[in-house]
Design a protein around this ligand. Structure first.
Ligand code: PGA
Length: 240
């Protein structure tokens, strides 16, 4: 399966900046081996989907409500997103868990809705600094993954994003990351057969080159560095 690099823009960029970054990505994406998916602020997504029909789009969230339409003010359903050509959805990002009190059961509902709508969920998991300091990473990941990933034959992406690594400049050593990915693969294979594992947390070009050598890692979920074309392309080039 293709390696995948997902640009998580979070709540950043003006519409004009978003358009210009997508247009630069579309000018270059054929030069690279890895698949590139862009997760813009949701308000831009339909516009970008129309403007760039070949751009692979991910939503940064979707509703835990399973119906396509209904009286749910402020919500956006998986089926609505799929109909405008959104193929992936970031689900359960640690910023949503922390700032919007999302819990595992809700994340699993969202992942189910994505799968039902033929959207590949990118389910985010990862320990915070306390769990890491207590050396309880494996136990923590096991319970988090089994509570969030629905049992499925369909494709899912598991994003390992240690909370302490997001936006901090820090990340695990390649040796530690390799061990964790091995463990994650064992856990997720209990519920899903068709999975990919990506890493997220302060990824830049240099780290991407280092981590791209890890056998079982299938790509990256990139925050800060995805907002700048040159920095982002350095990451994409890791899989050249
Ligand atoms: P970062 O963010 O690359 O800025 O650390 C990653 C993420 O939050 O997905």
């Amino acid at each position: 399966m293709d390696k995948i690099i997902i640009a998580n823009w979070k709540m950043n960029l003006s519409l004009a900046e978003a358009k210009s970054l997508c247009s630069r990505i579309m000018d270059h994406h054929k030069n690279f081996k890895a698949k590139i998916a862009v997760a813009p602020p949701l308000v831009y997504i339909a516009y970008l989907a129309e403007l760039f029909p070949e751009l692979i789009l991910a939503s940064q969230n979707l509703s835990s409500v399973s119906s396509e339409f209904g009286a749910f003010t402020g919500e956006i359903s998986a089926k609505m997103l799929r109909k405008i050509n959104v193929n992936y959805a970031i689900i359960g990002h640690s910023e949503r868990r922390k700032n919007f009190a999302e819990i595992n059961s809700e994340i699993q509902e969202k992942a189910k809705n994505a799968l039902e709508a033929r959207i590949v969920p990118i389910i985010c998991v990862g320990e915070d600094i306390e769990i890491k300091n207590q050396e309880k990473i494996f136990e923590f990941l096991e319970s988090q993954i089994l509570a969030c990933v629905p049992k499925t034959e369909k494709a899912v992406i598991l994003a390992y994003e240690p909370v302490w690594a997001i936006g901090s400049g820090f990340s695990p050593s390649p040796e530690d990351l390799e061990k964790i990915i091995h463990k994650i693969a064992n856990i997720i294979s209990k519920v899903a057969k068709n999975y990919q594992i990506v890493y997220g947390g302060s990824v830049d070009g240099q780290k991407a080159r280092l981590f791209s050598r890890l056998k079982r890692l299938d790509g990256f979920l990139v925050g800060g560095a995805s907002l700048n074309f040159d920095e982002f392309i350095e990451i994409v080039k890791a899989y050249a």
